[in-house]
Write a protein that binds this ligand. Sequence first.
Ligand code: G3P
Ligand code: MG
Length: 267
Amino acid sequence: MNTPLQPWPYPRWIAHRGAGKLAPENTLAAFQLGHAHGWRMFECDVKLSADGLPFLLHDATLERTSNGQGTAGQLPWAELARLDAGSWLAPVYAGEPIPTLVTIARFCLDHGSLLNIEIKPTPGTERQTGEVVAQAAARLWQGASVPPLLSSFQPESLSGAQAAAPALPRALLLDSLWEGWLDTARRLNCVAVVCKYTLWDAALVASARAAGLRCLCYTVNDTVAAQDLLALGLDGLITDRVDYFDPSQADAVVVNASNGRRVERNA
Ligand code: G3P
Ligand code: MG
């Protein structure tokens, strides 16, 4: 028997890492820019400092998106907080700090925005990262009408999140359909799967739906691909193209009238 789908409180369109590639990824400046473009749900990557504080960063190492060096998770927050996570993209963002999850939670709650927290553990800290991030999220969003969606490529992180904050919704991220993915999503009591967008077809949607799972994709930046994914009935599309797709149009791929008109940082 099919598992019924639960109500889904999240919008169809989700801005990847705050504002895709328009602003330094996973910074408050990116969230501000994404919001200025009309986006009301964001994805970000969260890991732990050496002293256990959740903060935003995609890579395990600091070099690509900051002026720091080495493995981010081996540094205490006091050192990470001093880094410049903006200059690598553009001089206008010089001095933009790495944000804590607390900072981003406050921004989202203050601006009526929803969040998909991707738990992105430093290798070797999978379960602990899931536990600590879920605990922090449960505390930060206590009493909020819509909780953050926790996702991860790492089942061990989702298992930690499930143990620490079972009421927060979880999603399994998939960059391939590895053996046992559906059983794993069921075992972790996930509400959704978030697949690399090229994996989706009608059969995969049917399998996920039959298991009561919502269907999301990352990272779709192409108009035709986005149209095909909407036609398949996907519940959520994560994209970098925050200046291109119109997030207010839930059921169609509409290119924003402001396409090409950059919303300035402090506009
Ligand atoms: O959470 C969706 C997407 O962000 C997963 O891939 O590498 O961009 O974090 P990545
Ligand atoms: Mg991510």
